[in-house]
Design a protein around this ligand. Structure first.
Ligand code: GLP
Length: 260
C-alpha cells in the first residue's frame, strides 16, 4: 500500500489522471473501474480536460462501475449509471456500449450479479480501479461486516451511509436501502487500485484502513493485502495517520522510474 499525501483535490486529480493516462497509453483497450461519489470527480474532470485538449483517447477502453442503488428507475439522475455517464463517460470518447454497471433494477438480482462478474472476466479483468471510501470505511458499497472474499451482490446500507449520501437526494427518505456492489474479492482482483480520500471527515476511516488491522468491520482495510494499492489523500484526510511523515518522505524520495 502506497500512501501519497498531496496538497489538495486538484493535485490528487492530476496524479490519478497520470496513472490512468499512462495505462491507457500503453494499453488502449484498458478496463477502468469507475467509482461515484465526490472523491473521483477531480480525476474525471482532469481526464475530460486531457481528452479535449491533449487528445487523450478512450475509444477502445472499457469501463465497469463499482456499484448501483437498487430500486431507482433507469435514468434516475442519481442512479450510478447516470452519474458516471454525466460526470465522466459522456465527456470522453469511450463507446457507451463499453460502459457497464451492475443492474440494480433487474428482477433477478443474484443472476444479474453473476452476469456482472462474468462481464468483467470476459473483458479481461479490471486494470485500474478508482475508489473512494465511506466514513465507515466502505469501498464500493461494502459496508462493515462484508466478507473480505465477497463478489458482486446485494447489500443493505448502514444508516450513516444513507445520511452521507442524502445530499444527492431531496431527502434521506429518498435514499434507497439496498444496493448492488462489486464485492471486496472483486475489487481485490483489479490489477491496480487507486483510492482517493479528502477532507477531515475521512481522517478516521483513512487511519483505520491504512494503519488499523485488516478486518471486515473496516472493509477498505482489505487493501493492505493488495499488491498494488495507491492511496491518494489530502492533509486533512491524513491528519490521523501515525506514519504521515514517513509516507511523505517515501513519496518525495521515490525513484522516478517506479511510477505510481
Ligand atoms: C458512496 C459510494 C462509494 C464512495 C462513497 C464516498 O457510498 N458507493 O463508492 O466511495 O460514497 O463518497 P464521497 O467520495 O462522495 O465521499
Amino acid at each position: 500500500m502506497e500512501v501519497v499525501i498531496l496538497a489538495d483535490h486538484q493535485a490528487i486529480g492530476a496524479v490519478a489522471a497520470d496513472a490512468v493516462e499512462s495505462l491507457i497509453t500503453r494499453k488502449p483497450t484498458a478496463v477502468l473501474g469507475l467509482a461515484t461519489g465526490s472523491s473521483p470527480l477531480p480525476v474525471y474532470d482532469e481526464l475530460a480536460r486531457r481528452h479535449a485538449h491533449d487528445g487523450l483517447q478512450f475509444a477502445q477502453a472499457h469501463g465497469f462501475a463499482l456499484d448501483e442503488y437498487v430500486g431507482l428507475p433507469p435514468g434516475h439522475p442519481e442512479s450510478y449509471r447516470e452519474v458516471i455517464r454525466r460526470e465522466f463517460t459522456s465527456r470522453i470518447d469511450i463507446r457507451p456500449e463499453n460502459v457497464h454497471g451492475p443492474d440494480g433494477s433487474a428482477e433477478d438480482i443474484p443472476g444479474a450479479c453473476l452476469s456482472y462478474e462474468e462481464a468483467i472476466r470476459t473483458a479481461g479483468g479490471i486494470d485500474l480501479q478508482l475508489l473512494g471510501v465511506g466514513t465507515d470505511g466502505h469501498i464500493g458499497f461494502n459496508e462493515p461486516g462484508s466478507s473480505l472474499a465477497s463478489r458482486t451482490r446485494i447489500k443493505t446500507l448502514i444508516e450513516q451511509t444513507r445520511r452521507d449520501n442524502a445530499r444527492f437526494f431531496d431527502s434521506i427518505d429518498d435514499v434507497p436501502h439496498h444496493v448492488v456492489t462489486q464485492g471486496l474479492g472483486t475489487i481485490m482482483d483489479a490489477r491496480h487500485v487507486v483510492l482517493i480520500a479528502t477532507g477531515a471527515q475521512k481522517a478516521c476511516a483513512v487511519h483505520d484502513f491504512v494503519e488499523g488491522p485488516v478486518a471486515a468491520v473496516c472493509a477498505a482495510s482489505i487493501l493492505q493485502l493488495h499488491p498494488h494499492a495507491t492511496i491518494l489523500i489530502d492533509e486533512a484526510a491524513a491528519s490521523k495517520l501515525k506514519l504521515a511523515d514517513y509516507y511523505r518522505y517515501t513519496f518525495d524520495n521515490k525513484p522516478v522510474w517506479q511510477g505510481l
